[in-house]
Ligand binder design. Structure first.
Ligand SMILES: Nc1nc2c(c(=O)[nH]1)N[C@H]1C(S)=C(S)[C@@H](COP(=O)(O)OP(=O)(O)OC[C@H]3O[C@@H](n4cnc5c(=O)[nH]c(N)nc54)[C@H](O)[C@@H]3O)O[C@H]1N2
Ligand SMILES: Nc1nc2c(c(=O)[nH]1)N[C@H]1C(S)=C(S)[C@@H](COP(=O)(O)OP(=O)(O)OC[C@H]3O[C@@H](n4cnc5c(=O)[nH]c(N)nc54)[C@H](O)[C@@H]3O)O[C@H]1N2
Ligand code: SF4
Ligand SMILES: [Mo]
Length: 695
């Protein structure tokens, strides 16, 4: 019997951060448990992490590099795999230029520092992430508005919490985990929930505003109207720290609550009560969720919500929305060497002229990538490397994503499993999970912490992503370090700690200070909160935020209503799955075996649908099927569907990618995207439902 070893590390089965004690016996992970000393999770863990023993040793997991030959996938060694990628990349660079290579990742996974460093040294401006519709969009819009991302300060004891399209009990998004919100709530804070669906928090809320999906920008204008009209705003703050206060105030006063009620479906008296409660309770924290970004209103909505924090004096206030001070380590952007990308290459960024904010935060929209592959315009993409992303399932208009990736001349994918996206690749590189890596975790977040993630186990030939980027880069003559740990020493250098010292310590926290603007102003061109944006004005866009009607809605597309009478709200997270991941993990799949679409009982009755029936959901882009669950907590005009579905148990190449994949139905037409960020309308398009004949 081997000895039991306990390794303190940090989870990353979602955006990560929870402290874990990994139990290892004979080099094998046998169990994970929560670390009670973690400042992020205080000993709690969720089902995704608890099932890691099943993911790490899953029989379908790919444990060695592979290349696609005539008769399918063939096992190869790392040398051959890396050389194949490099050879192809060099060929494309010689013939077409480095910009014809696309490097991509999905949601935040703690390796963007390495991915961007690789891409920048390669010389390609074309990095594809999920950031256009998630988080980076929030960071980009707040950078130009108030210089940094304001994060709900749960530790500062907010007395009022506005949960604006966020469900942290299930999603534990980004910075702080749901447990910190919960602690703040339990201390007696008032709760306002803004959500089209009556979920766990809406049931607990003092006020629940059940808005029409996608109309958050209009509702924010309604809040602002009440706060300004009733003089509930912080006069000192607006007089001294807001750029364009007078024009902004006038624009808001031009809105009427009757009109806002009509747009949002929220009763105007309820808007008034909620705005008063938020503005009159100090301090108050507003937690925004990703649905506010997955619209054509992404940038403006984020700016309006920032306006609410600013007007009520909650910006950088304890218990409000703070700018957390990072610990002294190198930032992702310092590590990434964005300077290495020449101005000439930067100018070639796909869609850069059009989506200026996306370009400023160094990424492209998926639509621009698919167009370049499918049409060769403005120039062709010829090769790609995708790490930890499954665009065939997770990007809008999945049929187009599939066609483009299938056509791409050469594709390498880094993942654990042969997903529908990985099946389209020429080379597969097997990644190590977070239990198989050393890293300074959470360094991309803005909560003021970095956390030690240390290797607990090694599994066959799998490499941690960071190492893959380093080894590819070194073979292309790029500047890297000998080992992953050497690179971590560099990341940690400003703290005076080495990786070995840091991993013993476990975590570092920046020294928090509030109201920094009182000394230094805000990091914007005017030093003020730019509710009137000088940056957007320079780019030729409206400097004032506004609400623009959702492009496919009962209001903007009356011609579609007869055929597609319902609003499809696609992408509700569920606790056990992370986007397209985990469908093959027995413990997790057992909890939620089928893709679920929620419909109101009245709507179900109209279509002769019973709870549990399979139904077809159809939009102008296509048709899929999911299993109906009746829910009277949604509006009868709204359909709420899960995203991320494919079926690993279907053993052909497609793994059922087009059976229940809700993104077959969503759209990416440029006319429907956010004009500066290219955000996609994932949470509001039109659809119809019909019962499936075959159940
Ligand atoms: N309709 C609709 N679509 C959506 C959304 C929605 O709300 N509605 N949400 C969107 C949002 S917010 C996001 S962020 C995107 C996410 O989009 P993606 O990031 O593309 O989605 P995932 O399914 O999380 O990632 C896919 C792959 O990463 C692999 N993976 C996990 N961890 C690692 C790792 O450490 N290394 C490597 N190499 N691979 C790893 C998994 O096995 C999985 O196959 O989806 C978006 N899609
Ligand atoms: N278990 C699990 N956790 C995850 C993920 C996952 O796939 N699974 N994904 C991760 C990722 S990448 C992200 S971005 C985060 C997102 O996490 P959150 O920001 O919490 O986003 P969601 O859970 O998609 O939606 C939050 C709430 O918004 C409501 N909502 C839907 N449409 C609208 C709308 O138009 N307006 C408003 N105001 N509310 C709306 C939903 O009903 C839901 O209750 O979660 C992360 N955590
Ligand atoms: S919430 Fe995220 S970081 Fe925490 S245990 Fe679950 S998957 Fe891991
Ligand atoms: Mo996301």
């Amino acid at each position: 019997m081997g000895e039991l070893k306990k390794v303190r590390t940090t989870c990353r089965s979602c955006h990560g951060g929870c402290g874990v004690i990994a139990h290892v016996k004979d080099g094998r992970l046998v169990k994970v448990e929560g670390d009670p000393e973690s400042p992020i999770s205080h000993g709690t863990l969720c089902s995704k992490c608890l099932a890691m023993t099943q993911l790490v040793y899953h029989p379908d997991r790919i444990l060695h590099p592979m290349k696609k030959g005539r008769s399918g996938w063939e096992r190869i060694g790392w040398d051959e795999a890396l050389d194949t990628v490099i050879e192809k990349f060099n060929q494309v660079i010689d013939e077409f230029g480095a910009e014809s290579i696309v490097i991509g990742q999905g949601t935040g996974r703690d390796y963007e520092s390495h991915l961007y460093r690789f891409a920048n040294q390669l010389g390609t401006p074309n990095v594809l992430t999920a950031g256009h519709m998630c988080y980076v969009s929030r960071v980009g819009a707040t950078l130009i508005t108030c210089g940094n991302l304001p994060v709900a300060d749960w530790g500062g004891r907010p007395q009022c919490i506005v949960m604006w399209g966020c469900n942290p009990q299930w999603t534990n998004p980004d910075e702080h985990k749901g447990v910190d919100f919960w602690r703040a709530y339990k201390q007696g804070a008032k709760l306002i929930v803004i959500d089209p669906r009556r979920g766990f928090l809406a049931k607990k809320a003092d006020l629940w505003l059940q808005l029409r999906p996608g109309t958050d920008g209009a509702l924010a204008l309604g809040f602002l109207r009440v706060i300004i009209e009733e003089d509930l705003f912080d006069q000192e703050f607006t007089a001294n720290h807001v750029n364009g206060w007078e024009v902004f105030r006038q624009m808001v006063m031009d809105q009427t609550l009757d009109r806002i009620e009509e747009i949002t479906w929220v009763n105007k008296d309820l808007i008034r009560r909620a705005a008063r409660l938020y503005a009159q309770t100090k301090p108050a924290a507003l937690q925004w969720g990703v649905p506010t970004e997955q619209t054509n209103n992404c940038t403006d909505c984020t700016r309006l919500l920032t306006g609410l924090m600013a007007l009520t004096g909650n910006l950088d206030a304890p218990g409000g929305n703070a700018f957390f001070v990072p610990p002294p380590v190198r930032s992702v952007s310092a590590f990434s060497r964005h300077k290495d990308l020449s101005a000439e290459q930067r100018q070639k960024r796909l869609g850069g002229d059009q989506y200026k904010l996306a370009s400023r935060v160094a990424m492209i929209s998926p639509k621009a990538a698919w167009d370049a592959i499918l049409t060769g315009e403005p120039y062709p993409l010829k090769a790609g490397l995708l790490c930890g992303t499954n665009p065939v399932i997770t990007r809008a208009k999945a049929g187009e994503a599939y066609a483009a990736l299938k056509k791409l001349g050469f594709l390498a994918v880094i993942d654990f499993f042969l997903t529908p996206t990985a099946e389209l690749a020429d080379v597969f590189l097997p990644a190590g999970t977070w239990l198989e890596q050393n890293h300074v975790a959470d360094n991309w977040k803005r909560h003021g912490y970095v956390l030690a993630r240390q290797k607990a186990v090694e599994v066959e030939e799998c490499w941690q992503d960071h190492k893959i980027f380093m080894e590819l880069g070194k073979r292309m003559g790029q500047e890297w370090w000998d080992t992953v740990e050497d690179a971590l020493d560099y990341l940690l250098e400003p703290s005076g700690l080495t990786w070995e010292e840091f991993k013993e310590k476990g975590w570092l926290k920046g020294e928090q200070k509030y109201y920094k603007y009182k000394e230094n102003g805000f990091s914007t061109p005017t030093g003020k909160v730019e509710l009137y944006s000088t940056v957007l004005e320079k780019w030729g866009h409206d400097p004032l935020p506004k609400y623009t009607e959702v492009p496919e809605s009962p209001v903007s597309s009356p011609e579609l209503i007869e055929k597609y009478p319902y609003i499809l709200n696609a992408g509700l997270r569920t606790p056990t799955f992370f986007h397209s991941a985990n469908r093959q993990i027995p413990w997790l799949r057992e909890i939620r075996p089928d893709p679920i679409v929620e419909i109101h009982p009245d709507t179900a009755q109209k279509h002769g649908v019973q709870d549990g029936d399979w139904i077809h959901i159809e939009s102008p882009r296509g048709r899929i099927k999911q299993r109906a669950k009746l829910n009277d907590g949604i509006d009868p005009r709204v359909i709420v569907a899960e995203h991320g579905w494919w079926f690993p148990e279907i053993k052909d190449e497609g793994h059922g990618w087009d059976v229940s994949n809700i993104n077959i139905l969503t759209d990416n037409d440029p006319r429907t995207l956010d004009p500066v960020m290219a955000s996609t309308n994932l949470r509001a398009c039109l659809c119809n439902i019909t019962p499936c004949r075959e159940q």
